[in-house]
Ligand binder design. Structure first.
Ligand code: SAM
Length: 203
């Protein structure tokens, strides 16, 4: 990663990490990924070719306000998210607008135009079928999947059935106990990255 990209990602992380949701209080189900932690994982994810810049197609299952999508948009070819709650997804545009102003003022890189967010249930077949006409590829062509510990077992089951062999499923929010998912191999040498991100490869 060059310095300007790294600086831009650090600003994106700082911006969203100051606006975390659900760390305390009733919105616990909506907890936000710590983007500084993802930034700490980024070089290794690229070095291990889990992320191939400008090649990888990324999908966040349960994307909330799209912050993980925005972060990864700089590093991947396509950044897609699916969110069940419409009111949560509606936070994406105002936050992005505010962030873009900050980035511009500081002469940093704007996020690329490769983000597509969908409202619906990530396990719903009709919703999944609606991705391809808009984003250009279907569920079976994504390389990298992500979830922050919501419905991870159901998502793994859906991916075991629908995703391509060799794709990676990243589960954020884990620690010492790393679950196993049928049809996936835990990448033991890499997991948990930064003590929190487990990586699984579809067999
Ligand atoms: C813990 S938050 C994580 C948000 C974001 N990915 C992040 O890491 O900052 C999980 C989100 O998943 C959504 N969610 C739960 N089940 C879902 C499903 N079946 N399909 C789509 N979204 C779902 C919730 O509404 C919530 O906003």
């Amino acid at each position: 990663m060059d310095q300007r990209l790294k600086k831009s990602l650090a600003k994106v992380a700082e911006f969203y990490d100051q606006r975390k949701v659900g760390a305390v209080g009733p919105l616990g189900f909506r907890r936000s990924t710590d983007l500084m932690t993802l930034l700490a994982c980024a070089d290794r994810l690229i070095g291990e070719e889990i992320i191939k810049p400008d090649e990888t197609a990324f999908l966040d299952l349960g994307c909330a306000d799209g912050r993980v999508n925005l972060f990864f948009s700089y590093l991947v070819r396509l950044s897609v998210g699916i969110e069940l709650d419409e009111w949560t997804l509606e936070e994406y545009d105002p936050l992005r607008g505010e962030l873009e102003n900050t980035l511009e003022k500081e002469g940093l890189l704007s996020p690329p135009a490769n983000i597509f967010l969908f409202h619906g249930d990530s396990t719903d077949k009709t919703l999944l079928a609606s991705i391809e006409p808009k984003a250009g590829i279907g569920i079976e062509s994504f390389d990298l999947f992500y979830t922050y510990l919501v419905m991870h077992e159901e998502f793994a089951e859906m991916l075991a059935e629908r995703a391509k062999r060799g794709c990676i499923f990243m589960v954020y929010g884990l620690n010492r106990i790393l679950p196993r998912y049928p049809g996936f191999r835990l990448l033991k040498d890499l997991s948990p990255m930064e003590g929190i991100l487990a990586l699984y490869q579809k067999e």
